[in-house]
Design a protein around this ligand. Structure first.
Ligand code: DQA
Length: 147
């Protein structure tokens, strides 16, 4: 099974960006961990990052067209992008899994982070466990696919 791990805006700044919230490891470290977890779980994982909303929308269309499950960290788009939500909504309605992930727990942070436009259409959400949020998301995908 194919899984696209999609990371939204500012996540290429991991390691530099607000390390007290997001930690000291960088996006390469995250991608390496994600690819290791993917092979352990028998998933063909491909990880990508963009700061661009239209790119992310296009990747979600691609996921549907190539029958790929999606682990999505929409970053700040989480809180306001209806275009992203509408693109992401096509994943679960096509019979594919969509797991929303966050490194931090947005509910413990500023009030504008408390609402996610993605949660209502996601298969499930994992938040607050740092890089392990991705491991838990991939584990959930594998468990759903091979119960
Ligand atoms: C985030 C949480 C969002 O509120 C924030 O805009 C991010 C990262 C996280 O992974 O914790 O960029 O999605």
């Amino acid at each position: 099974p194919r899984v696209l791990v999609l990371n939204g805006p500012n996540l290429a700044r991991l390691g530099v960006r607000e390390p007290e919230i997001y930690g000291h490891a960088d996006l390469d470290d995250l991608n390496a961990a994600v690819s290791r977890w993917g092979s352990e779980l028998g998933l063909a994982v491909e990880a990508r990052q963009t700061d661009d909303e239209s790119q992310l929308v296009g990747w979600l269309h691609e996921a549907v067209d190539t029958r790929s499950h999606v682990v999505l960290n929409p970053a700040a788009f989480t809180h306001y992008s209806y275009a992203l939500r509408d693109a992401a909504a096509q994943v679960p309605t096509s019979g594919l899994l969509l797991v929303e992930v966050h490194l931090s727990n947005p509910h413990t942070r500023e009030s504008f982070r408390h609402y996610s436009v993605v949660s209502g259409i996601a298969t499930g959400t994992v938040a607050g466990f740092g890089f392990d949020s991705y491991r838990l998301a991939l584990t959930a995908v594998a468990a759903r696919l091979h119960p």
